[in-house]
Design a protein around this ligand. Structure first.
Ligand code: GDP
Length: 295
């Protein structure tokens, strides 16, 4: 996870710590190398620049060069800024209603179906909820079958309607189903396309308006870097979603999406997908991720 970025930043910081006496030139070189690492991680130019400017400002403000252990203090500044960039604190979900609706949005292949099942399992095991998974991707029968298989695997009910091609109807009906079967959380897996298209946006927007979900989550493949940010912007304009789920972080060596998304769209990353197994889901902790990068 984020190995390349981690190696690059750590190398720059180790060099700095290695100098007997740190000079302004050393700090400037290190900062420059950190900026290059961010750019190579697929963080956009403006954000990478802002980040290193902040680090520099803090280093000057805290008189880093005059302290006993400048390398260590500088590393701490970088660590804190990385955490801040990713959102500072973990962001919880609001699930106060009965039933609460969680609407999953995102492109096809982002990992939406997988994370829906992971999330249902997490809510059942860790939060004592009784979730209902809803298959609202009427275009791909395989997606419905996949959700049923995953549901069976974790012992969670899945609602689908074989001959109904209207996802809004299915979503509305799932609320009745949840009420009559005592499900207090409904997770709706919606249809994604390979790229943004109007029909998909209209469809999810209609479900969003009708069901007023407590949590609308945008699911995106971490490995897609800046594309993830562009897609996030598009979905956010239509749905004004509550949070992001970053999937496939286990395969992402660069981390551009993880580092930029909070800053660009001002929505928190709430969960991360860290593998193909059902338990490979975590709450996103920006500070822990920063520690991990510098670990
Ligand atoms: P959907 O089209 O958005 O519903 O995507 P799927 O849930 O079908 O996932 C697409 C592929 O990505 C599947 O092969 C999943 O096993 C895989 N996948 C999903 N999440 C993760 C993850 O966190 N890590 C890894 N390595 N693979 C994942």
């Amino acid at each position: 996870m984020l190995e390349n970025l981690s190696q690059r930043i750590n190398k720059a910081l180790h060099l700095l710590k290695g100098y007997g006496q740190i000079t302004e030139i050393n700090v400037a070189e290190t900062t420059k190398e950190i900026r290059r690492s961010l750019l190579d991680a697929d963080v956009n130019f403006k954000l990478a620049k802002e980040f290193t400017n902040k680090v520099k400002e803090k280093a000057i403000g805290q008189n880093v060069l005059q302290t006993l252990n400048p390398g260590q203090l500088f590393t701490k500044i970088v660590r804190d800024e990385l955490a801040e960039l990713m959102g500072a604190e973990a962001s919880e979900m609001n699930l106060g209603k009965n039933p609460s609706v969680i609407l999953m949005s995102g492109l096809q292949g982002s990992g939406k179906t997988t994370i829906s099942a992971k999330l249902s399992n997490y809510l059942k095991k860790k939060k004592g909820k009784n979730p209902l998974l809803v298959a609202a991707d009427v275009y791909r029968p395989a997606a419905i079958t996949q959700l049923h298989m995953l549901g069976r695997q974790v012992g969670i009910d899945v609602y689908s309607e074989k001959d109904n091609k209207n996802p809004l109807d299915i979503a509305k009906n799932s609320i009745k189903q949840a009420r009559s079967h005592n499900h207090n959380v409904i997770i709706i897996d919606t249809a994604g396309r390979l790229s943004i298209d109007q029909e998909m946006m209209d469809e999810i927007s209609a479900i969003h308006t009708a069901l007023e979900p407590e949590e609308t989550l945008f699911v995106v493949d971490s490995m897609t870097g800046q594309d993830a940010i562009t897609t996030a912007k598009n979905f956010n304009e239509v749905l004004n979603f509550d949070g992001v789920v970053l999937t496939k972080l286990d395969g992402d060596t660069r981390g551009g999406a993880a580092l930029s998304i909070k800053n660009v769209i001002n929505k928190p990353i709430k969960f991360i997908g860290t593998g193909e197994k059902i338990d490979d889901i975590d709450i996103f902790h920006p500070d822990r991720m920063a520690d991990r990068i510098l670990g």
